[in-house]
Design a protein around this ligand. Sequence first.
Ligand code: DGT
Ligand code: CA
Ligand code: CA
Ligand code: ZN
Length: 567
Amino acid sequence: MEKNRKLAKIFDRIADFLEFKGDSIYRVNAYRKVARVIKDLPVDVEEVYRQGRLKEIHGIGEKIGKKIAQYFEDGTIRKYEELRREVPEELIILLDVPNLGPKTLRLAHEYLGVRNLNDLKRVIGDGSLARLPGMGSKKVRKIEKGLEMFMKGQERMLLGEALQIGEKMVHHLTPYAAKLSLAGSLRRMRETIGDLDILTTGENEGIMEAFVNTPGVKDVLAKGETKASIIVDDTQIDLRVVQEGEWGAALQYFTGSKEHNVHLREIARGMGLKVNEYGIFTMEEDRRVGGIREEEVYQALGLEYVPPELREDRGEIEAAAHSALPRLVELHEIKGDLHVHSQWSDGTATLEEIAWEGARLGYEYVAVTDHSKSMRIAHGLDEKRLEEQMKAIRDINARGVGAYLLAGIEVDIHPDGSLDLDDAVLKELDWVVASVHSHFGQDATERIIAACQSPWVHCIGHPTGRIIFSRDPYPMDLDAVLRAAAATGTALEINAHQDRLDLSDLHARKAKEMGVKLALGTDSHHLGQLWMMRLGVGVARRGWLEPRDVINTYPLKELLAFTRKSR
Ligand code: DGT
Ligand code: CA
Ligand code: CA
Ligand code: ZN
């Protein structure tokens, strides 16, 4: 929902500008809320506007409606343009640095003359930012971290975003191509992506033209016979056209990773072979021995075929040499989503809609896990409303509507390790996810271990709390948490939302090695996010997980047996 995101960003900017100017926090927050509503909208905001139905959206009043109308009629919002003129142009980009609020930016600008990224780095480095009133070294360290993440975000993008762009491009090019595949880090499902790589065979000459004329192309960086690069949505896409007979070798080469490929070539050399993007050759006679199919590269080197997600030179080549690669979990084996929010808290879907969408995705079950009461901005459920919701869920299940709904909760873990809801209610639930949503600066180890030890908690949600490009994990001894999870039979989540992917691939692999089960959940707040399960499966595969390691592969009965075991 590209349009929703762009419009939301403008309202967020209005809030930033007002805050920069020192306007009332009440007005600032009102605009922030509008931005959030638009960003989370499950439908295209322009369509809603064209149908004259903006007023049906909860959280959008008449005044905001007028501004949205300006945006779609005139291409911009007057208030936004006015405010923008009052903030120095160069400073605007700095508003996106995490942990650096508009107010601090204003101070840095007025007192220290900060106008751009380099200035900001300088005043962090020489200590002058820390000496400003109300700042101090702790705050500055956080800003420094934020700046680091910001720089990374400028260079890379989220896997989920890249996948959507990449698949649109594959769809666009398919009519012109005999063979076509995503390659590079996207095919390996890395959590962030630098640029997109697409590989195709050179049967059809129309493909280059089609590629550089893709709707939405901003810039053509290069265009030759076999290579082209374009910019779409601020994203670089590289296309390579190879000979049909070289397809397998090229796909292997351009999938990477570089480290994996370097290691393979070393092995090849030891066997008197040469592997490159054109094929596999004997060193002595330079005779070609393969390269049409990707599998041939691994076969020639005496290796099992290595799935793309494992190609990071993290031991997969050694395992392949001993036929000891894991049998990785696959998307079609996932029988349900274990983290979904409904209208009852801050989601937008009704319980029935979730059940039907689950069925449409081929799921046997979906866990409804709304927020608990201390998440007040999210309309978290107290004991009474949770009881009501449970009744509604049991009723839907009794009527056999769509996928089976597990009555669940995402219960907050308080700073002291206690849970946000009474045990008496928690013990009635089918699926209890416990998560940290506050006091991110404080060490979370004891808090999460305490949650693992509760007999009513089945799973720890987004265990490290990181948000890619914007929030670091809270301080935590992950090993200690893994030990507690293993000892208590508590699952750890792989939160499949593109912003989180938490646990990460390496952490998930460690969890498996320590005997901890993993639970995949999309953390969806509307139906348009359930597709992100694919991303979670990507992380699971990169973590070497097999079907038994991921409890979402269990049929309902077995999943319920798992949840009873720890009680
Ligand atoms: P990214 O784009 O930073 O997310 O990561 P990749 O892995 O997609 O890297 P990219 O786009 O630079 O290159 C795509 C693939 O091409 C890479 O995974 C392996 C291959 N490749 C690129 N440069 C080299 C190289 O210098 N040596 C070797 N062996 N392979 C390379
Ligand atoms: Ca790439
Ligand atoms: Ca590339
Ligand atoms: Zn959460």
